[in-house]
Design a protein around this ligand. Structure first.
Ligand code: ATP
Ligand code: MG
Ligand code: NA
Ligand code: MG
Length: 316
């Protein structure tokens, strides 16, 4: 997903797969293998020995174990160190993939592994649950949402944070900003000012009535592509490469926010079309039951339900 999205928007991508699966694990049945920490390190060593590490940006996503997270971290830290000689020339977007909807889907030891490497990242993309896990603050209101973002900046000295979705209408109302209506998702972004205080932005988007797998990866990849464009568009801030330091970014007209608007607009049109094709396909593949169904037919329906979407409306 991430590679395809970035390539579609003109990025030249060197992909290092941390898993090699037949399909997204969200569909519950899959085949394939997970890369070991050693395999991840070996591939990076291979890039190093052939001088293939001149990257503008690194996007890291799901890693299948704490040791694999550590290997990914070692790569990010090494690339940051190499770039130290040319300030602003490298940017690490880290998606701390740990869980969703109130539960972890990785081993417990993956959490401390992420906490160790996040201080070396430039932008992190937690969902609501991951933001709570990293900040230690349960998000129950706009006030605790702001505290969680502030805590993440402070605890991990990470300059940019985007919380990729919060169900704000579920939170208790506080402060002067009204929550969006029901069935909206809220994206919260923040960049630290030079005095360390966060500069927040908020974007409300209509939630589609469907569960999608892979949206986090698509969001991350679009963010890399759009942020790169947004930053290159800012005249006078270009260093040897297209990335600028956090202070430069804060001083401009919030490139993080304008990039996020573009990201969400792409997300929405793709997800709307995904929903339409799901409905079209289900109309063909899940015909209405006509009298008694055989055990085999029921099993097929169950499979289709699980693989096509979490919520399936049978079409008559
Ligand atoms: P994943 O569960 O794939 O790891 P994530 O939990 O990291 O993803 P989310 O915050 O769930 O990330 O989703 C990322 C983006 O996907 C959201 O900002 C939103 O734009 C889009 N998205 C996900 N689900 C929906 C939905 N049901 N309706 C509309 N947009 C959605
Ligand atoms: Mg999610
Ligand atoms: Na996310
Ligand atoms: Mg995610």
């Amino acid at each position: 997903m991430a590679t395809f999205v970035m390539q579609s928007l003109g990025c030249e991508v060197a992909a290092l797969n941390t898993v090699h699966f037949s399909n997204h694990t969200g569909y519950r049945q899959f085949k394939g293998t997970r890369a070991t920490a050693q395999e991840i390190s070996d591939l990076y060593q291979g890039l190093c020995q052939s001088n293939l590490t001149d990257f503008d940006v690194m996007l890291s996503g799901y890693a299948p174990s704490a040791a694999a997270v550590e290997s990914v971290g070692t790569i990010g830290i090494d690339l940051q160190e190499k770039a130290d000689k040319k300030p602003g020339s490298f940017f690490w977007v880290l998606d701390p993939v740990m869980g969703d909807q109130g539960r972890l889907y990785v081993n417990d030891d993956v959490v401390p592994a992420y906490k160790k490497i996040i201080p070396f990242a430039d932008l992190i993309l937690p969902n609501q649950f991951e933001a709570e896990t990293l900040s230690g603050i349960k998000i129950t209101s706009l006030a605790t949402l702001a505290s969680a973002v502030t805590a993440i900046h402070r605890m991990y000295s990470v300059p940019h944070v985007i919380i990729t979705s919060v169900q704000l209408f579920k939170l208790s109302q506080s402060g002067s900003t009204p929550p969006p209506p029901e069935n909206f998702l809220t994206v919260i972004g923040s960049t630290t000012r030079s005095d360390g205080s966060p500069r927040l932005f908020r974007i409300d988007i209509p939630a589609l009535d469907c569960f999608f797998s892979g949206t986090g990866d698509m969001f991350a990849a679009l963010t890399v592509a759009r942020l790169s464009e947004a930053v290159s568009a800012v005249e006078g801030l270009r260093t040897t490469k297209s990335w600028v330091s956090p202070d430069d970014v804060a001083a401009t007209d919030l490139p993080l926010a304008s990039a996020t608007v573009k990201v969400l607009s792409s997300m929405h049109s793709i997800l709307e079309r995904t929903l339409e094709s799901r409905d079209a396909e289900l109309a063909v593949t899940v015909p209405a039951l006509d009298g008694e169904a055989s055990a085999e037919e029921l099993q097929k329906r169950d499979y289709l339900r699980r693989t096509k979407a979490a919520e399936v409306r049978l079409v008559r």
